[in-house]
Design a protein around this ligand. Sequence first.
Ligand SMILES: Nc1nc2c(ncn2[C@@H]2O[C@H](COP(=O)(O)OP(=O)(O)O)[C@@H](O)[C@H]2O)c(=O)[nH]1
Ligand SMILES: [Mg+2]
Ligand SMILES: [Zn+2]
Length: 310
Amino acid sequence: MTQGEATVVKNAGSRYELSALPAWTPFPAVLRGRIRLKAGRITNPVAVGDRVRYEIPDGEDTAVITEILPRQNYVIRRSANLSREAHIIAANVDRAWLVVSLYFPEIKLPFLDRILVTCGVYGIPATIVLAKTDLYRDIAREQVDAFHAIYEGAGYQVLETSVVTGEGIDALRAACDGKVNLFSGESGVGKSSLIKALDPSLDPKVGQISEVHLQGKHTTSLYEMYPLASGGFVIDSPGLRGFGLVDLEREEIGKYFPEMLKASAGCRFTPCTHTHEPGCAVKAAVDAGDISPERYASYLSMLEEDKKFR
Ligand SMILES: Nc1nc2c(ncn2[C@@H]2O[C@H](COP(=O)(O)OP(=O)(O)O)[C@@H](O)[C@H]2O)c(=O)[nH]1
Ligand SMILES: [Mg+2]
Ligand SMILES: [Zn+2]
């Protein structure tokens, strides 16, 4: 029997592939039943990025995952239906690239803000990728500028890319080197295309609307890690709708809006929900135009949603 430690690089239903990163030699694996039972409401006990221990019985070529090593971090999503099931998207991620396009498909800022909060809660550094700029930058210059102002003002980095003109691709490739990078965002924003642009030898499926399939209970969702020839690893994920499953107290949500956290030092009351309290420095910053009304609206909608789940 052979034993070892490796990283999960592919998760397709109950089938896995492992590789002893940074070496890239993927081999098939399955889960030992005991691990499957322990997972409870989590539909996939093991996720791409997980470090695991495995055994390969003599005479076989499929490894058996026997243990999941402690996670540095992970990102989880609620199942699309309202069941209490959850799905781990990826584990041990060094950076999340949140891919958005202002148009085609049209951006939904509250959705982006929710993902940013989730990354903050899980302690995963997040960078925004404004993709497909060839399609709209010339005709929507003001909107592009406004987007930069909102998110750079909030403290995030925004990288513009286009796989058509090649803009931003070299910078993205350099930033991915030596790290495990998660590409996430709504279906159709161009995640798989970006990965292919970073390394043309890779073949992630472009133009597949995988989000739809995720709604069905019996379909297989595919999460896959790819090695970049230039260095580093990227995880492609299907379009995300229910990204994030965070149990935050009402007073805590504002801590994950960096610009509100900063302003809240001046609030008269602690904790402050930045809604009705007198002497609230966050509301004052919104009124003064220092905090964008769009971000504040996202914050309020998260507070509202929080109430619904009580
Ligand atoms: N014009 C343009 N189209 C793009 C770009 N990136 C992706 N697309 C197209 O957008 C569609 C969705 O791309 P895909 O990579 O599958 O998105 P994903 O669902 O996020 O992985 C495909 O038809 C791509 O050809 C881009 O930078 N410019
Ligand atoms: Mg894709
Ligand atoms: Zn306040």
